[in-house]
Design a protein around this ligand. Sequence first.
Ligand SMILES: Nc1ncnc2c1ncn2[C@@H]1O[C@H](COP(=O)(O)OP(=O)(O)OP(=O)(O)O)[C@@H](O)[C@H]1O
Length: 882
Amino acid sequence: MRPDNIISDNFDPDALDREYARRQAASRPAEAPAPKKPQKTVKKSSKFKDNSIVRFVTDRRTRTFAGIALLCWATYLLIAAISYFTTGADDQSAVLNNTVSEMARNPENVRNAGGALGAFLSQNFISNGLGIGAFVIIFYFFALAWKLLNRKSRISFWSLTMKSLIVTITVSIVLGLVTYSAGSWLYWGGVHGYEINKFLLANTGIPGAILVSLLLVGLVMAIYLNELRIAYVTYRRKINAHNARVAAEKAAKEEERRRIEESLRKSDELVDNVTPAGNTVAEEPVTERQLVFDEDPFTSMPEPATDNDRQVYHDTVIPSSIEPDTASEIQERDITEHCYEPSYKETVSEKESETATDSEIGLTVKDNAIQEAESVEMKPYDPTAELPRFHFPSVELLKEVKLKTEIVDETEMEENKERIIATLKNYKIAISHIEATVGPTVTLYEIIPAEGVRISQIKNLSDDIALSLRALGVRIIAPIPGKGTVGIEVPNKDPQMVPIRSVITSRQFQETKCILPMAMGAEISKDIYIADLTDTPHLLVAGATGQGKSVGLNTIITSLLYKKHPSELKFVLIDPKSVEFNLYAKLERHYLAKLPDEENPIITDPMKVVATLNSLCVEMDNRFALLNKADERNIKDYNDKFIARKLNPENGHMFMPYIVVIVDEFADLIMVAGKEVERPIARLAQKARAAGIHLILATQRPSTDVITGMIKANFPGRMAFRVMQMVDSRTILDQPGANQLIGRGDMLISIKGEVKRVQCAFISTSEVADICRDINDQMGYTEAYTLPEYVPEGDGGAGGTSGAVSDRDPLFEEAARFIISSSTASTSMLQRRYQIGYNRAGRLMDQFEAAGIVGPASGAKPRSVLMDSLQLDRYLEINNIS
Ligand SMILES: Nc1ncnc2c1ncn2[C@@H]1O[C@H](COP(=O)(O)OP(=O)(O)OP(=O)(O)O)[C@@H](O)[C@H]1O
């Protein structure tokens, strides 16, 4: 028997095999041949034997027997050791001069409760051995016995042995020192403690001996401090859990009490309404119950959920004068109307159905009575709990830019004023008042025309005013909506940039209540302009090249990153140019959403864009299904309900993050994928808002072939940077103005029909990189948010791949010839060649595969072409295709 293996914490039968083999090998005669071979033989030959030993040792009965034996042994030792303190002095001479059997022959000479053996063991373990430290050994035996008897015990054999040993030695040495000079019949630290201290005192003096003792005490404390801490934490946790349970029960009871009160109150009203006027019998129970209530409805009234509740409730609440049918109706209506809390409702419904059968009053249990699990006692769901330590990027990552205090000097302003007045005068337009507001890039001169002046007259003078002011891009707003004035925006000679830091640290942004705040920059009034993307709800961004679109998109993303936890927001970043969004790839595990198995978190391949957009449509549909199931109409209410734990995750409910889809260079996408892209975009734009999906499309070319009527109609939010032609301004804003902007982030934003001129906040690429790095350095999810898989129509279906004539694409023959002539077959090639979308090209490729023209797909590589043109001719002929 190998006790080590029996009592080891992590018992490993293989280890037992190995150990056994090792010992067998060790016990072999020295002249045994080369060590390796025989060892193997031994192992093999003893396998059967080993297994039976292992089975025996690990058998539950063996362990139990060993445990009980050890327990008895430890108890015996304890009794003998305790008895030793009162009998040891008397037994000492007998023990020292006799053997155990000699003492046993004269039991009258031994007083120890453990008899001769007890006296012998006590003397040798305590006085001659470890002193009081021997008790630690006894404790050790108890602990081992417990471990053997209790399989779930988490005591580790080696840890227990080591710790017991250290404590035993410490107790022995420390007591040996403390009682070194005490004249006693016993060595309190045992001979062991005494001898060590004798040695230490002789060699190191008192300080050396004390230091050794202190060192040992320190070691023991270090070992047990952690254990004590763990024990304390476990204890606290138990106490807290208990308190929470008690509080929850109390809250639940309180809630139930409130509901019952409410329920009874309503039934009173119903009874009053149903009871014929002047019926005195009806009044009695009400008064009675009111009296009962005044005492305590919970002690004096039976709870409706108990077995007799229906009857009591019936008897008390519903007057006997009411016809049974009416009574049951009242009951049913009352309960279904007022007991809407699921936990209670379930109970009541069950009870009701039972009672209904009993009393045959025909109560029906409504299916919809069981709603989503609601638990009053649970804390609200915390979506951020998975990443509890996530912190928003520090504003220190954004550069502090020293701004000039004076953007426009007084003389410049006065000169401009004079020129405006003079120009207007030339056209016989008199003004009664002029006032200037200096913004970061433009100054707004607000004039109040004299009476009788037609506004349109001023409107037509923008070019003349621009000429006289020698300024580019003068914009006239006539009249300024909501004010009785005409505005003339004149660019400042020295436009000022608006650093993103000033926007992010602004009070407006810090205190904003917007759900998805886009802090875009500063208005002319220098107020920070913040729009809520959820109100927008989809945004078109346009501007000629180099006018600030990309910076604008970065500003939007940054302001969202500074406000939304990764659990609340996901981005789908589409960048056909493959340059703008690369930096954001670092946000993958925190903020990005992508298709399953997609490697690149930034979508650059137009074909994948189509798949992603369609997948977003599936996500939208899935979300709507959940909203319907939860009886909610939009994501906000749904999430609120989920947070309040009124929706059961087991029924598929989950917290939904907002999804913001941003496409940089939409024109490129439309050119490649055309309708294939436009269709899902239009679908999303029409419906996705309620599902928390918002789109931002940016384009350099706001022409009507890119921003089609369908797109325009569904994108109410517009953001226009400088465009070169008025027609582009009209396309994007439905009015001129964007062509008069001065560039470098100067923009017009139209949200909910209101147009504002804003200087877009500037964020540099290095700042974006720093923010992304800061987020990436923090703990994130294991992967990006996974969008649902999208299976293109016809994929895998008979129609798509069968190659049936009716399903065959009209381009089949032409495209097949093209593929054969070019000896390569890829979907993107077909798309480019025939200007078709990804889905159609994919379908064509499937038909080619079904016809045996091309081989199966092999990852990203083009498919192999399996036919030559002659074979193709034959195929077409046989299948009657031409
Ligand atoms: N808000 C701004 N404040 C100050 N300067 C800006 C601002 N926005 C853009 N700029 C300047 O204009 C340059 C071009 O901006 P950006 O890259 O955003 O243009 P774009 O419209 O995206 O161009 P493209 O369509 O060619 O990508 C920037 O490098 C910067 O110098």
